[in-house]
Design a protein. Structure first.
Length: 285
């Protein structure tokens, strides 16, 4: 049980994604084989908007759980799903011995009309968590945002939403990526005072190219500290130097977290096995 890991020791886990192009999907198994050599505590697998790649998510999660023997968390989104859709996916997960999901609202599908969006079965992730808790045997994780979700009016509002997820049945949280640990420490303090008592995994994204940073910020809304912008300015024009500098930044960020009592690290690998290996070697050398 993942909860036992959180209570007994620190965890180091990975996120992977199913490639969008069918011709590249088989390479994902090579990625998983390489990552398994690093002995992560668990591996999460992302999910397409509206469940567009749910079958691929299940296939990778099945391989991680049953072939590699590593605990897996299958992402599941509800924004474009009916109740019966979630139950069908849940049955498939159960049949494949996949017991954990990261329950997310998800992004609105591009082809979803305003009427469909307004009439969706699940308005928020906590609604989905409560439904799954009531109707399945799945264990659920939720997402959290150290600098608040971009749609929330305030951090207080966002923390209230986390309480709803916790009360609905979430057993732990995995955070959105962040690049300034001070924001994360502040978030943990506020979450504790709010009454959030379940474990929280710190989500770390290594920035190995200047282009990646721009894309990442657009998607996550995370703040960029001066140390990282200075790094981009110094190495952004040199591909290999930028890669090394980004890995070093992630290593130093993780070490600082661990030295300050943050023992659950979730690495957004972007399916880059070499980067994941170098970060783990740097953290634990």
């Amino acid at each position: 049980m993942l909860q036992d890991m959180f209570e007994s020791k620190g965890t180091f886990s990975f996120e992977v994604f199913p490639p969008k192009k069918e011709g590249e999907f088989e390479k994902a198994f090579d990625v998983l084989n390489e990552l398994s050599k690093l002995a992560p505590d668990f591996i999460s697998v992302t999910y397409g908007a509206g469940g567009s790649r749910s079958g691929k998510t299940l296939e990778l999660a099945d391989y991680i759980q049953n072939t590699l023997g590593i605990d897996t968390i299958a992402h599941m989104t509800c924004v474009g799903s009916k109740k019966e859709d979630l139950l069908a996916v849940s049955e498939q997960l159960n049949a494949n011995n996949v017991n954990y999901v990261l329950a997310l609202r998800g992004d609105r599908p591009a082809d979803m009309s305003d009427g469909q969006y307004a009439a969706r079965d699940f308005l928020h992730a906590n609604d989905m968590i409560a439904f799954l808790r009531e109707n399945t045997q799945l264990h659920m994780a939720g997402a959290c945002y150290p600098e608040k979700h971009f749609e929330s009016f305030s951090m207080e509002s966002d923390l209230n939403n986390l309480i709803k997820k916790q009360d609905a049945g979430a057993e732990f949280f995995i955070s959105q990526m962040f690049f300034d640990n001070d924001y994360y420490y502040s978030f943990l303090d506020k979450a504790d005072r709010k009454g959030i008592s379940i474990p929280i995994c710190a989500g770390i994204m290594p920035i190995t190219s200047a282009k990646q940073l721009g894309t990442t910020i657009t998607l996550s809304g995370s703040s960029i500290p001066k140390a990282l912008t200075d790094l981009i300015a110094a190495y952004g024009d040199n591909k290999e130097d930028m890669r090394k500098a980004g890995i070093d930044y992630a290593i130093r960020q993780i070490r600082d977290l661990q030295e300050n009592g943050v023992n659950n690290i979730h690495l957004y690998t972007m399916n880059k096995t070499k980067t994941a290996r170098e970060i783990m070697e740097g953290v634990y050398r």
